[in-house]
Design a protein around this ligand. Sequence first.
Ligand SMILES: C[S@@+](CC[C@H](N)C(=O)[O-])C[C@H]1O[C@@H](n2cnc3c(N)ncnc32)[C@H](O)[C@@H]1O
Length: 261
Amino acid sequence: MNADEVAAHWENNAETWTIYSRAGYDRYRDALNTPAFLNMLPSVTGLKGLDLGCGEGSNTRAVARLGARMTGLDIAPTFLRYARETEASDPLGIEYVLGDGQSIDFPEASFDFVTAFMSMMDMANQQGVLNEVVRILRPNGFLQFSILHPCFVPPTRKNIRDEKGEPIAVQIADYFDERDGRIERWVFSSIPAEERSALTPFSIPRFHRTLTSWVSMIVGAGLVIEAFGEPMASREVAFAEPVVADTRIAPIFLHIRARKA
Ligand SMILES: C[S@@+](CC[C@H](N)C(=O)[O-])C[C@H]1O[C@@H](n2cnc3c(N)ncnc32)[C@H](O)[C@@H]1O
C-alpha cells in the first residue's frame, strides 16, 4: 500500500476522529500517552519543531504551548482544515502544511526537532520517512516519536480479564508479521456503546514492524537512540480512567527519542 492509499483512508477517518477526539473520547491519548510524551520531551522553548502526522493538531498545540515554534504536517486535508480553523480562532503561531513524510517539502537542516505522535506506525516506507527526518533536522537535532508498542500490540492482541472485568494478562500473536497496510477497524472504546454502534469504524492501514526492525531503521537513518519510554498508568489514573488500566499489565505505547549525530 502506498502513501496515497494511506491518505485516502485517513481522509475518510478524519471527520469522525476529530469530532470524537476533541469531545474527549481518546482517553489513552489524553489521560496517559500525551502527558508521558511531553514529560519525556527535552526543553523546546524557542526551538523550531515539526510535528509529523499532526492530525487535527491537538498534540502540535501542546508542544507549541511549551514555547516551540511549530509546523504541523499531515497527509489528510480534512485534518489540516480542522487544525487551521483552530489556529485561526486560537492562534499559537503554528503553520500547517499538507504533505507526505517520505518527501518533506523543507530544506536540509530546517528544524531543531521533530515530533511524531502515534503516526509513524501508520506510515508507508518508514525508512524513507526516517531518512527525510534526518535530512531536515539540524546537526544534533532530535526526533521524538510514539508508536503502538511493537512487542505488546502486534497485529493480534487480546486483553485477558478476570471475572470482575479487570485486565490481568495480555495475549499476543503475529509479532513477526510485517505486512504493509493491514487494515485495523475500531473506534474510541470510551464512546458509549449505543453511539459507537451507529458509527462507521475507522479504517486504519498499519505498518507493524518488530522492535528489531525499528531499531535497524532508526540506526540506519543515522540517528542515535537516547531514550525509551513505556507509559504505565498510575493506580490513581487507572482508577479514574479504567480504560487505560491495561497499561499496568504491559505497555501499549513505546516512546523513542533519537538524535542526529
Ligand atoms: C493515529 S493518527 C495521529 C494523529 C495525531 N498525531 C494525534 O496524535 O492525534 C496518524 C496520522 O498520521 C497521518 N499520516 C499517515 N501517513 C502519513 C504520511 N506519509 N505523511 C504524513 N502524515 C501521515 C494520518 O493522516 C494521521 O493524521
